[in-house]
Design a protein. Structure first.
Length: 256
């Protein structure tokens, strides 16, 4: 049996290459896929599978007048898409790290492989919990659907993004994501802040007592209890973000 390769025209190869470049940029900053622990060859394979999956929906554009500019354009589009999705987890790490410091974990930072930096155990726990819910809710399907939608809205080598609108929308989306993640960690931050206020009041009433060392174990126990109560809220907020809010944010960024 002879295998015909007549379908491999220059336009098909160019379209595949540009689409793969966008997905490669997406995987540089996307949740989980951007981690250094995943071998490069596996990332290349995942990118190729993504391209083949969404290839039928890709709008083939005219040949780009400059291949280098087209590659840079597609790579930057992918990076921006992945950054928006990963910003959710980065914001959670930021706020949870602040809550961990309030719990007295400033001297017990551990290495977080997701951010490649030292964060408090609370930040690592909350971020990994959100990532676990992301995987349980078939988050990779949402990644794939998002990539598919981007090819419909922004055709390959189309240069159709208005940078002025994109910049303004990017700032508002950035603020909206931080507000969403703040809602997740806000109960813990609020409880720790109230305890700090009580510690300050008692220290003022009884200056001879070292309230800091007396209440530190209580803050840790109470913080762990609040974290257990927050587990359900973390799952709900993560699912709502990746099933509803993320589509609104990308429509605002890509369409205006």
């Amino acid at each position: 049996m002879n295998l015909s390769l007549d379908f491999l025209t220059i336009q098909v190869v160019l379209t595949f290459f540009l689409a793969f470049t966008r997905i490669a940029g997406f995987m540089v900053t996307a949740p989980l896929l951007s981690r250094d622990g995943i071998p490069i060859m596996i990332k290349v394979g995942i990118g190729g599978v993504f391209v083949l999956t969404v290839y039928s929906t890709i709008v083939e554009s005219a040949d780009p007048f400059n291949l280098s500019i087209a590659l840079f354009h597609e790579f930057m589009v992918g990076i921006c898409m992945g950054f928006i999705m990963n910003l959710f987890f980065d914001a959670i790490v930021t706020f949870a790290h602040l809550a961990g410091i309030q719990m007295g974990q400033s001297a017990s930072n551990i290495f977080n492989p997701a951010t490649e930096s030292a964060t408090s155990p609370t930040a690592t726990f909350v971020a990994n919990t959100a990532l676990m819910f992301f995987i349980m809710m078939n988050g990779f399907y949402h990644l794939l659907f998002l990539i598919k939608k981007s090819f419909l809205i922004i055709p390959l080598a189309s240069y159709s993004i208005d940078l002025t609108i994109f910049t303004e929308s990017y700032l508002s989306v950035f603020n909206a994501i931080f507000i969403t993640t703040l809602k997740i960690v806000l109960p813990l931050i609020a409880v720790m802040t109230i305890m700090d206020i009580f510690v300050a009041l008692f220290a003022k009433i009884m200056p001879q007592a070292n309230m800091f060392f007396l209440l530190m174990p209580a803050k840790l126990v109470l913080g762990v209890f609040i974290l257990v109560l927050m587990l359900g809220g973390i799952g709900v907020q993560t699912e709502e973000f990746f099933t509803t809010e993320i589509w609104e944010h990308f429509d605002k960024l890509l369409i205006g």
